[in-house]
Design a binder for this molecule. Structure first.
Ligand code: ADP
Ligand code: MG
Length: 700
């Protein structure tokens, strides 16, 4: 149970004065994934990224142009825009003892202006001076306050990330209100460390960042920031260790197969497994046979054939009399897994079902029934597998594909649907060993380094966007020789709508040229429509598939041999690598065209050059880590670490090792978090949403 001490933090933002039902959805959008209402805690963890410094004061004659400065001015006169001249500004002339300045406003009405700047009175005006025809002016001052308001206002004002409809001031006000609800909590971080690093308490750290006294106070290296980043890392490490301990504590079950189904599968395969695939499958079979729980990560580049390894693992478990579940992050990928596995599974006499958000009514009921009775051996599904009403007769193995899209708690949620469920996590991102620890905790690792035979290298070219029409010509030639083409459209902004608009535009342009051979798939389409388009691409009915990054994860169309990536400079290396991995799967020689906007910077160039020079995912991952830091290695849009709100990979990396050791020490002496510090750490786990780990404590 969460301690009632934390309740004020978990109250919705509407509990704060001034945030009503109109504004609440804006805060939800700003602070959450949109699936739950924003809470006071979310506001507190939404740290300012910059400041406005009003301590910088000057007289007009000495003001430095272009630098935000605060002036104490007397208002002289108002000059409204002449009637009929729309677009002409409203001007207010002010002075101090050293000179005068014109304040310039667009779309301003006289009444509002005169109450804001009454002639003859003194006002504190913050803004940047510009020289216009040799005269000083300030266009749209940042702030105008009378003496009383100026007295009360913070001299250093924090600036927050915000969303459309929420002003800077509204976010600031809300954050300030949230601070008043912040309880003083018992210290969860090792007191010796806190003392050594001279860190403030958790609540003091938040106050220091939301009410900065200097612009430097919010920097990533300040004790307050470091402390909060550390707290978050400690929460994540403690949670991973708790999960691990719990999984190990629960005695596992030995699941030893007799090879019957695996042999049937192998003889139904149209190819021979690679050496790496065999080795990984053996490692997994050994784990399964052992009476401990398996917690294994299968790493393998795109196209390295992880699915077959997963299938062998599932077959082993079925041989031993259990069920297996394979979970994938998207509807498309889930369906593709299902369709690919179907003929093999049928040949081996297994019963397999599909469960996604789209299976409804009688079809869904039939699957649930089959899982509960044990009539179904293998289920392939999306998040839908986590749902309460999904129950298994004897779930023995959970395979989770493309894990970094799921959190630890989801891994747990699935593995709790059976007794001592073994877990296999698969990722196509070649994650350097140091990072495996951060994201997955201690897992055993199998790696597929080798690619299936018969793959030809991909010819990768880096082409400036200006040569788009030549690229289109080349696509025309590729089409007439029967090739299939992916055309990936860029991420325009942090907005799916804009991405989609860009893709639609490209689709229209290509369609104008190549007609019905062009199809479009994007994230805003209904699942069914997406699948239909993918299906037509897979069968060859469509030869050019224009897509946003929905094809990123795992989709397999071996006949596709051309990959065009528009604005490749906007993608992370890991993402480019994943995308390129969609081609080069068949025996035809494949081409990847990375279209870039010239002048997009050194790092962008270096990244594209890396792509051109190698296809080795591990090399690319190391390079990515070097160039941009961990966020991109995992292919996320944000620069922070996925799953982390405050910790920034490059900046706070050293803290991770310390947090790890600290968590280990704590949990080895206090495995159930019962001591005073242990209880405090429970608070920490709630604050950083590692509640799942706390629940384990209770259950164990
Ligand atoms: P990923 O590791 O990206 O999930 P997949 O499991 O989807 O890769 O495999 C990619 C493609 O390679 C599939 O079409 C699969 O049938 C094929 N494949 C897998 N293993 C082999 C193999 N040993 N020889 C030839 N083709 C293989
Ligand atoms: Mg895959």
């Amino acid at each position: 149970m969460r301690s009632p001490q934390l309740d004020p933090l978990f109250a919705p933002v509407t509990a704060l004065g001034g945030i009503g039902p109109k504004m609440a959805p804006l805060f939800d959008r700003l602070l959450t994934d949109g699936k739950r209402p924003a809470r006071v805690l979310d506001l507190l963890l939404h740290l300012p990224y910059a400041t406005v410094d009003r301590r910088r004061r000057a007289v007009l004659a000495e003001a430095e142009p272009g630098v935000l400065t605060t002036f104490e001015l007397r208002v002289l006169s108002h000059r409204a825009a002449p009637p009929g001249r729309r677009g002409a500004p409203y001007r207010v002339v002010c002075e101090d003892e050293t000179g005068d300045v014109t304040l310039v406003f667009f779309n301003a009405g006289r009444a509002r202006m005169e109450s804001l700047l009454p002639p003859g009175e003194i006002r504190f005006v913050s803004g940047s001076i510009e020289l216009y025809d040799g005269r000083r002016q300030i266009v749209h001052p940042d702030r105008i306050m009378d003496g009383a308001a100026f007295e009360k206002s913070p001299l250093v004002e924090p600036v927050y990330g915000r969303t459309e409809g929420l002003s800077r001031n509204m976010v600031h006000k809300a954050a300030t209100a949230a601070l008043t609800r912040l309880p003083a909590l018992p210290e969860w971080t090792d007191p010796a460390l806190v003392a050594r690093e001279n860190w403030p308490r958790f609540d003091e750290a938040l106050k220091a960042l939301h009410r900065p006294e200097t612009p430097e106070a919010i920097a990533a290296e300040t004790p307050a920031r470091l402390r909060l980043a550390y707290d978050e890392l400690l929460a994540s490490q403690a949670a991973l260790l708790l999960v691990r301990a719990r999984m190990k504590r629960e005695t596992g079950l030995s699941r030893r197969g007799d090879g019957r189904i695996r042999n049937a599968l192998l003889s139904a395969l149209p190819f021979t497994p690679t050496e790496s695939q065999r080795r990984a499958a053996d490692e997994i079979a050994d784990d399964l046979a052992r009476p401990e729980r398996m917690l294994r990560l299968l790493q393998g580049d795109v196209g390295s054939g992880k699915t077959l390894v997963a299938l062998m693992a599932m077959a082993t478990v079925v041989e031993a009399g259990f069920q297996a579940a394979l979970m994938a992050p998207t509807e498309i990928l889930t369906r593709q897994h299902f369709e690919r596995l179907e003929p093999l599974v049928r040949a081996a006499g297994l019963r397999m079902a599909l469960l996604t958000g789209r299976e409804k009514g009688a079809a869904r009921a039939a699957v649930l029934e089959g899982l509960a009775s044990g009539a179904i051996d293998i289920v392939v599904g999306t998040h839908a597998l986590f749902q309460e009403d999904v129950a298994f007769a004897r779930l023995g193995l959970a395979v989770i594909d493309e894990q970094h899209r799921f959190g630890v708690h989801q891994r747990l949620a699935l593995s709790r649907k059976g007794e001592a469920v073994d877990v296999l996590v698969m990722t196509a991102t070649p994650i350097p060993r140091t990072l495996v620890l951060t994201y997955f905790g201690d897992m055993d690792v199998s790696v597929l380094r080798e690619k299936p035979a018969g793959r030809t290298p991909i010819d990768t070219r880096v082409v400036p966007l200006e040569r788009l029409s030549e690229v289109e010509d080349a696509i025309g030639r590729a089409l007439s020789s029967g090739r299939r083409v992916y055309w990936i459209c860029p991420l325009v902004a942090e907005s799916e709508e804009l991405d989609v608009a860009a893709a639609e535009e490209r689709f229209t342009a290509l369609q104008a040229r190549f007609g019905a051979a062009v199809g479009l798939v994007h994230g805003k389409m209904k699942g069914r429509d997406k699948d239909a388009v993918m299906e037509r691409f897979a069968t060859g009915e469509i030869a050019v598939l224009v897509a946003t990054t929905v094809v990123e994860v795992g989709v397999d169309v071996p006949e596709a041999s051309v990959m065009v990536i528009e604005h490749a400079e906007r993608f992370g290396l890991a993402q480019l690598h994943q995308l390129r991995g969609r081609v080069g799967r068949g025996s035809a020689r494949s081409t990847c065209l990375l279209l870039y906007k010239p002048g997009s910077g050194e790092t962008a160039r270096a990244r594209l050059e890396t792509m051109r020079s190698t296809e080795d995912g591990f090399v690319i991952a190391e390079e990515d880590l070097r160039l941009r830091g961990e966020g991109d290695v995992l292919g996320t849009r944000q620069s922070g670490m996925p799953g982390f709100r405050l910790a920034v990979a490059q900046r706070h990396a050293e803290l991770l090792a310390t947090a790890r050791k600290d968590a280990e020490r704590l949990l080895s002496s206090d495995p159930d978090l019962e001591t005073e510090r242990g209880r405090a750490v429970r608070h920490l786990l709630h604050i950083f949403e590692r509640d799942e780990a706390v629940r384990l404590l209770r259950a164990g």
